[in-house]
Write a protein that binds this ligand. Structure first.
Ligand code: HEC
Length: 281
């Protein structure tokens, strides 16, 4: 990252006090979500909350128009089709994923990540897919493997299009996992010493290099993305990319830390509709 960009970002850092103050450690998840929304909508009153699902595009009408044109004939349709075939192919037991996933895999993505009381940890939809595979005689996939988990999700998550995000944080253990994710979101990391919040809260709507930075609300609803039209990226891989962009050693996708981060991060989008798969620059 170029020096002037770092300077530009650092000049905004004083504002994080406000954001951090608003999102204090003892607040409830619902209070946090409201505080985030209040922070963004007061700063950008002209951007509708519903449009946050478009990420940075919500702040850039030209880029949004280009996105709409691309989404009419998505260049990644064949990958989604490949995912459909994967979804319909019987597992070793003879059963299909649709026999194993809740509600046949339809309208479920917005419920994840979910806190699993029995296991005492957060499970993502990718974990549930792997549990189904293992229960039906198949090996688990690596959660960040693009050719397997990524392609399957490019289709599977479309079955939840329109479902409103509905992540629940209930009970002390779930709350602890949520707080852990929240801590990660606000913890500065890497040689550049940036937290997710430095960019996606106080610099949301600000231009960094050629890119406008998106708000954290709306971030989790539209995965996977196809960057440049063909480069499939899942949500936690994006986290890894953002950690690397501040020259931090990223925790691996699928780790407890990343799952808790996804749990907190997804809660912020409660009430916003899911939409897979989408184009990104
Ligand atoms: C140095 C600034 C910076 C930091 C720190 C940072 N990001 Fe990002 N992030 C970006 C930029 C730039 C993009 C691409 C433009 C956009 O969509 O915001 C991006 C994109 C994303 C996206 C994709 C948005 C979309 O709609 O496609 C997600 C999700 C995301 N970041 C999450 C995170 C999380 C979680 C963290 C902390 C682990 C983090 N980022 C840290 C700069 C940053």
């Amino acid at each position: 990252m170029k020096q002037q960009i770092i300077m530009k970002l650092l000049t905004g850092v004083a504002g994080l006090g406000i954001a951090l103050g608003a999102v204090n450690v003892h607040a409830s998840p619902e209070k946090d979500r409201q505080d985030f929304i209040k922070y963004y909508t007061e700063k950008y009153p002209h951007v509708k909350l519903d449009d946050y699902v478009y990420g940075a595009l919500a702040f850039d009408p030209d880029a949004k128009a280009q996105y709409d044109a691309i989404m009419e004939f998505p260049p990644f349709d064949s990958v989604v089709e490949q995912g459909r075939k994967m979804f319909e192919t019987p597992l070793k037991s003879g059963k299909k994923l649709s026999d194993c996933l809740p509600n046949g895999g339809k309208m479920i993505a917005g419920n994840y990540p979910m806190f699993d009381e029995a296991r005492g940890k957060v499970v993502t939809l990718n974990d549930v897919i792997n549990d189904c595979r293992v229960a039906n005689g198949e090996a688990a996939w690596k959660v960040d493997d693009v050719k397997t988990m990524g392609v399957l999700n490019a289709y599977l998550r479309t079955l939840s299009d329109g479902m409103l995000t509905n992540v629940k944080v209930e009970g002390p253990k779930a709350l602890a996992a949520y707080e852990d994710g929240k801590k990660s979101f606000f913890t500065r990391k890497g040689q550049l010493n940036f937290a997710c919040a430095n960019c996606h809260v106080q610099n949301a709507g600000v231009k960094l290099r050629s890119e406008l930075i998106s708000p954290a609300v709306g971030h989790t609803v539209h995965w996977p993305v196809f960057r440049g039209g063909d480069n499939l990226v899942q949500l936690q891989q994006r986290y890894v990319g953002c950690y690397r962009s501040v020259r931090a050693v990223s925790p691996p996708a699928g780790s407890t830390m990343m799952n808790n981060l996804e749990y907190f991060h997804s809660y912020l989008s409660n009430g916003l509709p899911m939409k897979a798969s989408v184009f990104r620059k």
